[in-house]
Design a protein around this ligand. Structure first.
Ligand code: GCU
Length: 602
């Protein structure tokens, strides 16, 4: 065989072995609805090395070498040392890591049995904050962003039998990160959500988006994309609606079409109607539970399925306070959501970042509306083009993961940003990107710019950027960071009067079980917090375009901001519920207000 033929054959073999990276699979960051596919968890105890001075990459610890001769030695080993639970943050797993910000190397073995004609992918629900992934000693991907999924194709790289997986995780805060250097929640690091090994056929349904066609409850719209560019038959089944529609994709593997339906029951708060939907192509089929509803604003109202709906909301961080750690499981989602439901909410603002899929899917099953946002929180460097592309990536990953989740009704693009040309341009690019991916939801941002105008004696806000939003939200801490300039009953708001306005944060701190003067903020007493809630509720009654409120916050949560040695101890105490799960007096005031609203909403 001549030299040229040998090269050709070698190249052909390499091409056959070289995996088609999932990035070449359509233009999507990861496959839609991984939980509806053929997967195995790689959760459990992983071995770990704490690498405070970032030496591990230079030492190539990911090669996991062991001495083979009398002269060899290695100053690391993944065996016999620290072991960490995955999923989970590392800060809550050992006292030494409570404040740790730096690199931790995670490693584990796993067995695989890759079959010809099948493809394998590694999927991470989230890793906080940045990471590099190595398989059998080779780097295979990297990702930045602590709250959205990513995947990498392993086809052609997996060994039959034992494989060694290493993830270098780093949670150091940087000015060009999102969130950036200082933010009011704990900087948890780690592999904080599920890790899965996913198997698909050679050609599979990589993406679908199934929703109502506009405001027409008689027409379902389907957009889908196959992994490989190919004209092929794809079938969408919705048995309960007697829908089974087969269409042929174009040469790029894409299709978009409408399906007429009869008797569709709409999803709405408190009535969580979901339909079994299966999308299949050849050997592949992926199943989901999908709800149908439509949203719009009308003047100062937010309408769900054409019905004006006041948002009785609450916020929570993705944290189990009793465990002092990130929430990551179905059981964690049940704890958080059942406490929110007990308050009488119809909405949750998932602060301040996309939260795990268990929380999103359970809220959908419970009939609770969600506001999800990317962590554009205060001090973001809006001049930095690199930061902008990161933000666009996070927004794309958030929308791409959850656009089939009918509970999600709001996409939030920012929290408490200061007006500037750079900020406006940055946020406009986010809105354009979002609306190009999903024009079925309402876009919102939270501002902390409302001030009391001594001349007009009104509460006002001057930020023209609000014109670009469907709904405007305001964080305002009357009675906590801001003393009352007028009695609550005389508070007149003149803030975006022609748009729906949500008070997306209000509240104050109280240490559960601490009692004191209801007129003294520094008492950190339940009585003061309760009085603060009474005053804010009184003010709400006089805001003409109020479309919803969301107290800050359901649970006390961990924050290095909060130094007071007896009232805080690294906890932000604005929770209506303590870090031990006990309801404070203000909880009952909010519960009664929501009961009143719900009854008047009928
Ligand atoms: C801000 C911010 C929250 C923060 C809160 C507080 O408005 O959005 O993330 O925790 O105020 O000061 O408690």
């Amino acid at each position: 065989m001549n030299y040229r033929a040998v090269c050709f054959l070698a190249a052909a073999l390499l091409m056959a072995a070289a995996p088609v990276s999932s990035a070449e699979d359509a233009g999507t960051p990861f496959m839609t609805n991984v939980y509806g596919r053929d997967y195995q968890f790689l959760n459990g105890k992983w071995n770990a090395i704490v690498d405070l001075y970032d030496q591990g990459e230079k030492m190539k610890v990911y090669e996991n070498r062991t001495p083979q001769t009398g002269e060899e030695f290695y100053e690391y080993s993944f065996e016999g040392g620290l072991r960490l639970n995955v999923p989970g943050d590392w800060n809550s797993q050992t006292p030494e890591l409570k404040y740790y910000e730096g690199t931790v190397w995670y490693a584990r073995h796993f067995d695989a049995d890759p079959q010809p004609g099948q493809r394998q992918f590694l999927y991470f629900g989230a890793v906080s904050y940045r990471c590099k992934v190595y398989l059998n000693g080779e780097q295979i991907t990297e990702h930045e962003g602590g709250f959205t999924p990513f995947e990498v194709e392993l086809t052609g790289k997996l060994r039959s039998g034992d494989n060694f997986l290493v993830v270098q995780v780093n949670n150091r805060r940087t000015q060009d990160a999102i969130p950036a250097l200082a933010y009011d929640w704990w900087n948890y690091g780690g592999i904080t959500r599920d890790v899965m090994l996913v198997t698909t056929p050679e050609q599979y349904v990589r993406d679908y988006f199934v929703r109502l066609d506009g405001n027409d409850a008689g027409s379902v719209k389907v957009s889908l994309e196959l992994a490989r560019p190919q004209a092929a038959d794809v079938t969408v089944d919705i048995p309960e609606l007697k829908v089974s529609k087969t269409v042929r994709t174009d040469e790029d593997g894409r299709a978009e079409f409408g399906v007429k339906v009869k008797g569709l029951e709409l999803w709405e708060p408190g009535k969580a109607k979901l339909y079994d939907v299966t999308v299949s192509c050849g050997d592949d089929s992926v199943s989901d539970r999908i709800g149908f509803r439509y949203l719009e604003t009308e003047g100062t109202g937010i309408l769900v399925n054409g019905k004006r709906t006041f948002m009785r909301s609450i916020s929570f961080h993705e944290e189990i306070p009793q465990r002092k750690g990130r929430a990551f499981s179905q059981a964690d989602a049940q704890m958080l959501l059942s406490e929110a439901e007990a308050l009488g909410v119809n909405m949750i603002r998932l602060a301040h970042y996309p939260q795990n899929e268990y929380i999103v899917r359970l809220a959908e099953q419970m009939g609770i509306i969600l506001w999800q946002e990317i962590p554009i929180w205060q001090g973001i460097d809006f001049e930095d083009k690199g930061t902008e592309s990161k933000a666009l990536g996070m927004l794309e990953e958030m929308i791409f993961r959850d656009r089939n989740r009918c509970a999600v009704c709001f996409w939030g693009v920012a929290n408490e940003t200061k007006p500037s040309d750079a900020r406006n341009a940055f946020l406009l690019s986010l809105l354009e990107k979002g609306r190009s991916m999903d024009d079925t939801r309402l876009y919102v941002a939270a501002f902390d710019l409302v001030y009391f105008n001594e001349e007009t004696r009104h509460f006002e806000m001057d930020d023209p950027f609000t014109e670009n939003l469907d709904v405007v939200a305001v964080n305002k801490y009357m009675g906590w960071y801001h003393p009352w300039p007028v009695p609550p009953s005389e508070a007149v708001w003149d803030v975006v009067p022609d748009k729906p306005l949500i008070i997306s944060e209000f509240g104050g701190e109280a240490l559960y079980g601490q009692h004191g003067d209801r007129n003294m903020a520094s008492s950190w007493s339940e009585e003061y917090q309760a009085r603060l809630y009474e005053d804010n509720i009184e003010m709400f009654r006089h805001i003409p375009n109020l479309a919803g409120v969301s107290p800050w916050i359901l649970f006390d949560f961990r924050s290095p901001y909060r130094f007071h040695p007896t009232n805080q101890e690294d906890w932000n105490r604005k929770g209506l519920v303590s870090d031990q799960g006990y309801r404070k007096a203000a909880w009952y005031i909010m519960r009664d207000y929501y009961k009143e609203i719900k009854n008047s909403d009928k």
